[in-house]
Design a protein around this ligand. Structure first.
Ligand code: PLP
Length: 399
């Protein structure tokens, strides 16, 4: 979905010509530092740490919050595997919760799944759709649980006027090649909490205290998730493109949605926690039965309109997380948090293929059509027209 061109080439050339690829050569003059300043200003957030991936941002966020062995983290059952993998990477145990019709964490099920060891929750703004942050933060605050927003698929999105990743205690972005802006691989941790930021800063730089990362937090050994200046140079240009891309996608999404709403076809748009803040990557439809969704999709395909159901999205569906379900974590047997004594009071046994049936049902009853960044208005309206026709035809077909 991202766009890339001459500006990024020039920015990379500048870094190479200057022979300064390491972000800490001159800590406050480099491109990584500039990205952090720019993203903080764009999103209205006091701290940002640019890292090597979205997974690294999630891990740094969990470390910053203080999650570790003996803790559970609640994760929705529909997300990329990394949301749960990051929890295991810090030695804690993921507990899965259902999504609701918006295909983001169901605040009611989130509350229901809280246990005595729940330390954090990771609401995921899946496919650019904002989760219901008011209700999630409300429950989390009442129950003393930290909120780490996985905004990896929703860079720049918002919820009721606030940018995603800045609403909870911390948030994570990914800039891999499947995202709306990209620097090949990359991520960012966002937070308004200085302690979370300083711990993450240490952690992402192998705990290098000599760089003066923190004046208050004690030093500790971390890992290495530093972004280099070549990627950061690309990212800096990409950040400048972000709001334009979002506006373009949302306009096209609305052309499709508005035409469908005006046509009064037997087609239900999936609900959204905040359609204005949704990134506009897709238009989604919810059906009463899986059979109705399939009938509709088949007819739409005959009319030249390709849809995809989230149930077919591979490792975004928890039942496909074989390594987790089979407890295959790490090469060395003792590096497996599922086996650690500290985690034996966590609800490991709850992590099974049948723990979130409602999610599977909702994913199978939903289908989506992608929105093209350069799609013309007539093309969007033609898509809407085909979908409405497919819905009428499928509805009329004998069941
Ligand atoms: C929801 C979600 N979380 C986390 C990640 C991890 O991001 P990365 O691939 O940059 O590590 C992704 C990446 O696709 C994602 O979609």
């Amino acid at each position: 979905m991202f766009e890339i061109g001459q500006e990024e080439i020039d920015a990379v050339a500048e870094v190479i010509n200057a022979q300064r690829m390491f972000r800490y050569s001159d800590p406050e003059a480099g491109r990584a530092y500039a990205c952090e300043a720019r993203i903080k200003e764009m999103l209205g957030c006091s701290e940002s740490l640019i890292v090597t991936s979205g997974t690294a941002a999630l891990i740094c966020g969990l470390v910053g919050i203080g999650v570790g062995p003996g803790d559970e983290v609640i994760v929705p059952a529909y997300t990329w595997l990394a949301s749960a993998g990051a929890v295991l990477a810090v030695g804690a145990i993921p507990v899965l919760a259902d999504v609701d019709e918006t295909l983001t964490l169901d605040p009611v099920d989130f509350e229901r799944r809280i246990g005595p060891r729940s330390k954090a929750v990771i609401p995921v703004h899946m496919a650019g759709r904002p989760a219901d942050m008011d209700r999630i933060v409300d429950v989390a605050k009442t129950r003393g649980i930290a909120v780490l927003e996985d905004s990896c698929q929703a860079v720049g999105g918002s919820y009721k006027g606030r940018r995603l990743a800045t609403i909870g205690d911390a948030g994570a972005f990914s800039f891999n090649v499947y995202k709306n802006i990209s620097c090949g691989e990359g991520g960012a941790l966002m937070t308004n909490n200085r302690q979370i930021y300083e711990r993450a800063l240490y952690y992402h730089d192998m705990g290098s205290a000599f760089r003066g990362h923190s004046l208050t937090e004690p030093e500790f050994l971390g890992n290495t998730y530093r972004m280099n200046e070549i990627q950061a140079a690309v990212l800096f240009v990409q950040l400048g493109r972000l709001d334009g891309i979002l506006a373009q996608l949302r306009e096209r999404r609305d052309w499709i949605r508005d035409a469908i709403l005006a046509a009064d076809a037997p087609l239900m748009l999936s609900p959204s926690a905040d359609i204005a803040g949704d990134c506009g990557l897709h238009v989604s439809f919810l059906f009463e039965t899986v059979e109705a969704r399939i009938r509709f999709s088949e007819r739409a395909a005959e009319l030249g309109c390709k849809l995809s159901s989230p149930i077919d999205s591979g490792k975004h569906v928890y039942t496909k997380w074989s390594t987790l379900l089979e407890r295959k974590v790490g090469v060395h047997p003792r590096m497996n948090p599922f086996l650690w004594p500290a985690n034996q009071d966590c609800r490991i046994a709850n992590l099974t293929a049948d723990c979130c049936p409602r999610t599977l049902d909702l994913l199978a009853r939903t289908t989506t059509v992608g929105v093209g960044l350069d799609q013309k208005r007539e093309a969007c309206e033609a898509v809407a027209d085909s979908l409405c026709r497919a819905a009428r035809d499928a509805d009329a077909k004998p069941k």
